[in-house]
Design a protein around this ligand. Sequence first.
Ligand SMILES: NC(=O)c1ccc[n+]([C@@H]2O[C@H](COP(=O)([O-])OP(=O)(O)OC[C@H]3O[C@@H](n4cnc5c(N)ncnc54)[C@H](O)[C@@H]3O)[C@@H](O)[C@H]2O)c1
Length: 496
Amino acid sequence: MTSEIIGVVGAGVMGRGIAQLFVRAGHQVCLHDSREGAATVARAHVLSMLDRLAAKGAMTQADVRAAAGRLLPVPDLSGLAGCTLVVEAIVEDLEAKRSLFAALEGIVGEGCLLASNTSSLTVSAIAAGCRHPARVAGLHFFNPVPLMRIAEVIPGLLTDPAVADRLAALVAGTGHRAVLAADQPGFLINHAGRALYTEGLRLLEEGVAGVADIDRILRDTLGLRMGPFELLDLTGLDVSGKVMQSIYEQFQHDPRYRPSSLVPPRLAAGLHGRKTGRGFYAYDDGMKQEPPEMPVPAAISGTAWVQDGDGAATLRALLAAGGAALADDPAAADILFTLPWGMDVTGVAAAAGLEAARLVGVDPLGGLSGRLVLMASPATDPALPVRARGWLAAAGRQASLIADSPGFVAQRVLAMIVNTGCDIAQRSIAAPADIDAAVRLGLGYPLGPLEWGDRVGAARVLSILQGLLAVTGDPRYRPSPWLRRRALLGLPLTEA
Ligand SMILES: NC(=O)c1ccc[n+]([C@@H]2O[C@H](COP(=O)([O-])OP(=O)(O)OC[C@H]3O[C@@H](n4cnc5c(N)ncnc54)[C@H](O)[C@@H]3O)[C@@H](O)[C@H]2O)c1
């Protein structure tokens, strides 16, 4: 790898991380910040991070000393004259970025690339202010840069394709994965991340479950590290709320990205999350106060009938282990169980002619392997899900109870994650393999949206969305053509 002379402008959170990444990969890095002394402080910070790596044995002291020699604070922008690439990580403001690039064009040589770490501005708009927009591209890293091993390379409409190739090779040389994303709202990762937040808020708005239950269900059944409300509290609703609104507006009010009416009053009340001590959760000394789970009822005797379908055999075995007597005939049972995909209990009762007062849903997603999720219709006798939870608890299983919802909690969120990934592919915003890698690395999901869809089955995901669309009439659930075609043709979602 040929080493470059890389200018980093803006020595804040992101600029420091970008400088650390490139200097560790063997490049010379010139760090500039308009705030006097900020670049020197940032250099000391980066070197302390490298020292920590050396203490852990991840680098040698000699490597740290060599890196220190390659990392230079530059008090004046003109000090970037010899750079082969300048990455800006200054304030997120179009005019500020445009005037910085205009100034840089008068300083750097012809062959120098100009990259912006913007997360929400249009790369083409930043480039359009330059005399040579062909050399300008987005290079979007994630916080903390050294640990988030992914960067989006975003060519603007006037960017020379060779520029994107050079940036991607440079990123790959640091050990991070580079993904190519089109200059569209949220690029790839922030676009893919919309599904979890908007559907989480939708479930809350609809009264399907409370904040803590939605988070618990999504962590335990989808294997997410954090649920949507924990994440919103961590990032701060003031920051995330703006991103939600901006992406929705940039997509011309496409209902898929519609923000929630729950957000503005929370913002007005200052419930921003962890940093204000209260958000969707309360925080005591920075520690999240986890609301208690529903109390576990004792198992009492009774008879259960389970409708045939995915997971029915497992559910029958669990109920029997918890002390229920199993009936072959729904007429002879106290509680009827159904395991629907993309339907609510109301819909199952109507379609299958089962008595709604005795009917309880169980989510078949995940093969009933972790936390179980029970669902009741407005007509379900409220005592019955409690009895059901008693049997499941006696069989050693934890069960959450939610209100009627076509697709429970996890099916809905998963279907929206997959559908959003499919639409990113359909719009040619990124290639399928890049979509999956970016979501795993950038959002930390256990699987990328396309591979996850294939795991669950494209036809199944399609049916969940169709169920949601039928019950709610909300076009946010319309299936992406990418999903529909591959589901109907039996093709993998991961293939173009
Ligand atoms: N923080 C994140 O999680 C994150 C993630 C991805 C992308 N980004 C993007 O990265 C950029 C920087 O974000 P940050 O969080 O590091 O901000 P920050 O506030 O921590 O740092 C910005 C730095 O830029 C300096 N600065 C401002 N205007 C300048 C100018 N004209 N010339 C030179 N220096 C200038 C400031 O003094 C400050 O030190 C933004 O575009 C942001 O949208 C941030």
